[in-house]
Design a protein around this ligand. Sequence first.
Ligand SMILES: Cc1cc2nc3c(=O)[nH]c(=O)nc-3n(C[C@H](O)[C@H](O)[C@H](O)COP(=O)(O)O)c2cc1C
Length: 338
Amino acid sequence: MERKLFSPITFGHVTLKNRIVMAPMCMYSSEPEDGTVQPFHLTHYESRAAGQVGLVMLEATAVQPEGRISTKDLGIWHNDHIEGLQQLTDRIHAHGAKSSIQLAHAGRKAALPNDIFAPSALAFDENYQTPITLSETAIKETIEAFQLAAKRAKQAGFDIIEIHAAHGYLINQFLSPLTNKRDDQYGGNRENRYRILSEIIDAIKLEWTGPLFVRISADEYDQNGNTLDDFIYFSNEMKKQSISLIDCSTGGVIPATIKPYPGYQVPKAEVIKNQVAIPTGAVGLITTGIQAEEILQNERADLIFLARALLRNPYWAKTAADELNTTLEAPKQYSRGW
Ligand SMILES: Cc1cc2nc3c(=O)[nH]c(=O)nc-3n(C[C@H](O)[C@H](O)[C@H](O)COP(=O)(O)O)c2cc1C
């Protein structure tokens, strides 16, 4: 029986063979601390492609060295990064999966020995440095860094780019009134707080004609943070800018205690999909095929992003197909064991 989880979906000229996405997950494994792809990354990402994930998304990859979460993050701030990334996309494509990269800047959540930068000089908590306020010139340079990263992503053969605007990293710090205390055109009302994301999208589109996803944190777990109305506003703006999909996560903007339960973030994907009429991705404690199929069949989201379940089981797609009593094509080398 045809299951929606295993049905294709098309964004622009890119067709995913199913709705299963490997969610971006930092592996902090660029051991030389220069942002380059290492043998571990090749094995890690290729394994999930062999496991029949439809879209393999790389971890948060830094567009500027000062935008790394740690010194061992992957990077895309230099042309020297392209070769390793190209090897990765080749290996992912060899299994019929599509490839994506999450372009990121950590802002005040960079745990680095050097200076760090953010919209306002507010530390995340006592374990983090106090960031330096970005000047308007530095903001322009950061936007250009996202543009150049998109150019390199294209050269490396990625099919989809995702902009990381969630989890309290740089773009999220601009979007949120909790972390953005600026009084220039990049701060204040929500139109201004959205401005950097708007300009990053426009800059990326100068280099990139493929599908563009954005990950947001659609709940800040603070009554003074962005509201649902704000997230609907941002999502409508993204739709006007031709964003293909909003990947709906939550949290990370300020230290807040979250009590996750199965599917806890799915209502965010659902409300944005239905109120804005834009494709969404659901993520967060989705662990079974039945759960994923329910989300898709009930039109609550268009893609299912899986993080920890895929760390435990690179063959999660096969497990889900068995659970949903449907068939899944095996990698030809593995058909005897399927
Ligand atoms: C090891 C690890 C690293 C992560 N790194 C990233 C990241 O680079 N970018 C991002 O947007 N989310 C990151 N996340 C969050 C996941 O993408 C996902 O949203 C979260 O784990 C909830 O999904 P799950 O319940 O399927 O694990 C990370 C999660 C884990 C477990």
